[in-house]
Write a new protein. Structure first.
Length: 315
């Protein structure tokens, strides 16, 4: 804008320039406001990422009025856009972690609110002027909690799968009726499940694990009694085989040894039963062999008696 020098009085020139100056001042004020707002948003997001969102918002940032060009403003707005995109990504990560923590907490009966609020209070109940924390520290803590809960879920699933397999073995051994088995269907159904498939509320809670452990303990007591009965039944069978072929057996001593073994808990009763089955099979083979010999002896004795009777008769 150019002004003709000396044209008109000074007062006329000033009155002509004043509106132009007012317009320039207004534009400068508006430009400073844009700079201030842009820089304020940049400072706010940087503070949120750094984890000190409140401490850096006490006053407006200082604007360097020596450079209020459109180019400079464009650079600031471009930087702000990058930070806003970064904030969106971080919020998505935070929400994803919180969602995963909720899912894992539901499955394992954890206190979700207590777990998340322990990381940062804003994650549960953000203040009016405060959004969810997106700081590096918060993201690291969320990641750590998710990893910890996932490991705990895997650990609990493996424990229940092991207990479930034991339950089925005990049910089969003790001929447990279907109605009683149905109480623990939710546990036996986990045996073939992958960790990602387990989503039902409370299915991996500590109360469930404790219930199954108590059931296994109870069935193990019944198993011990049942196995004792089966072992003594096998011993009876073994003694009958030996008596059938006239082999003397110290029954009382053998039974006492077996009872002591069972009550000591130092022997695997399943292995003991298997061992006794082997003894019975071996005893049957020996009995067959011995029976052949005894039959021959009986025939010889019978023939001898007949021969003696004939001799006596002929005399």
């Amino acid at each position: 804008m150019q002004f003709e020098k000396g044209k008109g009085t000074l007062k006329q020139q000033i009155s002509y320039i004043r509106p132009v100056l007012e317009e320039l001042r207004s534009k400068k004020k508006q430009r400073v406001k844009e700079f201030t707002e842009t820089q304020s948003q940049i400072v706010k997001i940087c503070a949120e990422i750094a984890g000190n969102g409140q401490s850096m918002m006490s006053s407006d940032p200082q604007v360097d009025e020596r450079d209020l060009t459109v180019k400079k403003l464009g650079e600031l707005k471009s930087h702000l856009q990058e930070l806003q995109n970064e904030k969106i990504i971080r919020l998505q990560k935070v929400d994803s972690h919180i969602s995963m923590i909720h899912e894992l907490s539901v499955v394992m009966s954890f206190d979700f609110l207590k777990t998340v609020s322990g990381i940062h209070s804003s994650l549960i109940d953000p203040a009016n002027d405060q959004s969810k924390s997106i700081s590096n520290d918060t993201l690291a803590k969320l990641t750590g909690v998710v990893n910890s809960l996932q490991q705990e879920k895997q650990k609990r699933l493996q424990k229940l799968q092991c207990l479930g397999s034991t339950l089925i073995e005990l049910w089969d051994l003790l001929d447990t009726p279907p109605d009683e088995r149905k109480r623990f269907e939710h546990v036996s159904s986990l045996i073939s499940s992958s960790v990602d498939e387990v989503l039902r509320q409370g299915s991996l809670g500590l109360d469930i694990i404790e219930q199954v452990e108590l059931q296994v303990q109870s069935l193990n007591v019944l198993k011990a009694s049942k196995m004792k009965e089966l072992v003594l039944k096998r011993q009876n069978e073994l003694e009958e085989i030996y008596r059938g072929v006239h082999i003397d057996v110290n029954s009382d001593a053998a039974r006492q040894i077996l009872i002591n073994l069972i009550e000591s808990d130092n022997v695997d009763l399943s292995n003991l039963l298997s061992s006794m089955d082997d003894q019975i099979a071996k005893a049957k083979q020996e009995a067959l062999s011995r029976k052949d010999i005894l039959d021959k002896v009986d025939k010889w004795k019978h023939a001898s008696e007949e021969e003696k009777w004939l001799d006596d008769y002929e005399k």
